[in-house]
Write a protein that binds this ligand. Structure first.
Ligand code: A2P
Length: 339
């Protein structure tokens, strides 16, 4: 059982290495790939230094490829990886809307992964964090409409997003101009309601991803979703204010109780004790924090809630590894573990 990470030197690649160290996934070999710039460098894994190789143009000799080098690399190379016999779990948006490609969050629709034809898509990070909290409520009460406002960390734009926040903050604090490169405007001491490209309908692609992917993962095209996606000057963890209109009325107590039982969720909801979801507490955590659960003042029987989830983990690396673990548990992952 040979596993390869493509994009191993990136922000998500870094998390994949850490998650795999603690994973129940059984494998014999881990190969690391990135751009030719990184070839020959090493990354630590389980106390060893593994050498990074340049990503080849064609097939990779592995059973499972965890791809996180961006949409253009995945689009160009995943067909060759699949033709070479590998299963690809792809973190980019390249294949997410292909009806042949399952889009999977194991707690919500793990069984969809079993129907793959060589590629499984890992969802958009904002969507993955939201559906962990919303899917159990949908199953119990039926979500009709979902209105989301996001507070997204700079690492959503990869390692270069992290560096831009740190560099610009240093410059601003030293009375130097912040030079925007990754984000459309300076990010320190600012919020930017612009993530990914604007679409003809005035929404950004990030906002539309939340709508398209929520429906595909939950498996209900009738749910109406509207999102406003905003970049904020934090390093990691996406937070989201979510308003739900429900088919059947739910009280906050019922929602809290249900979410306490839900996989991948930590209910953190005691405002009197100043306990609610925050990037400070959710970063590095596998569970998505959910709190501020209250009765909607707009939709009768509906709910308002606030979630914070480490988007490099549940929104990316952790979810990808959980998909592989799920398949291995079901005996549906190719490759034999030696011995
Ligand atoms: P490298 O570090 O060598 O540039 P992030 O999302 O944090 O920006 O990371 C992107 C990942 O994708 C990095 O590991 C990066 O490698 C990798 N990458 C970028 N361009 C290529 C490419 N042309 N071929 C393979 N990997 C690439």
């Amino acid at each position: 059982m040979r596993v390869a990470i493509v994009g191993a030197t990136g922000a998500v690649g870094h998390e994949l290495l850490r998650v795999l160290e603690n994973s129940t996934l059984h494998f014999d070999e881990l190969q690391l790939y990135a751009s030719p710039r990184s070839a020959g460098t090493t990354l630590p894994f389980n106390g060893e230094e593994l050498t990074v190789r340049a990503t080849p143009e064609g097939a990779i000799d592995a059973d499972l490829i965890l791809a996180s080098a961006g949409g253009s690399i995945s689009k160009a190379l995943a067909p060759a990886w699949v033709a070479g016999g590998a299963l690809v779990i792809d973190n980019s948006s390249a294949f997410r809307y292909d009806p042949e490609v399952p889009l999977v969050v194991p707690e919500v629709n793990g069984e969809a992964a079993l129907g793959h034809k060589g590629i499984i898509a890992n969802p958009n990070c904002t969507t993955a964090v939201a559906v962990v909290a919303v899917a159990p409520l949908h199953r119990a009460f039926g979500v009709k409409r979902m209105i989301v406002s996001t507070y997204q960390a700079t690492s959503g734009a990869g390692q270069k997003g992290i560096e831009e926040l740190l560099t610009q903050t240093h410059r601003v604090l030293h009375d130097q101009p912040a030079q925007a490169q990754v984000f459309a405007h300076p990010i320190p001491f600012n919020v930017i309601p612009h993530i990914d490209a604007f679409q003809d309908n005035g929404y950004t692609k990030e906002e539309m991803k939340v709508a398209w992917e929520t429906r595909k993962i939950i498996g209900d095209d009738s749910i109406r979703v509207s999102c406003t996606a905003v970049r904020i000057p934090t390093l990691r963890t996406h937070s989201e204010a979510i308003t739900l209109e429900l088919e059947r009325p739910a009280t906050p107590e019922e929602a809290r109780e249900l979410l306490r039982q839900a996989a991948g969720v930590e209910v953190r909801d005691d405002p009197g004790a100043r306990l609610y979801p925050m990037p400070l507490t959710a970063s590095g955590k596998y569970d998505v924090e959910v709190g501020r659960i209250r009765a909607s003042l707009v939709f009768d029987g509906g709910l308002d809630l606030f979630v914070a989830g480490d988007q490099l983990l549940k929104g990316a690396a952790l979810n990808a590894v959980q998909i592989a673990e799920y398949l291995q548990e079901k005996g549906a992952l190719k490759g034999r573990v030696a011995g």
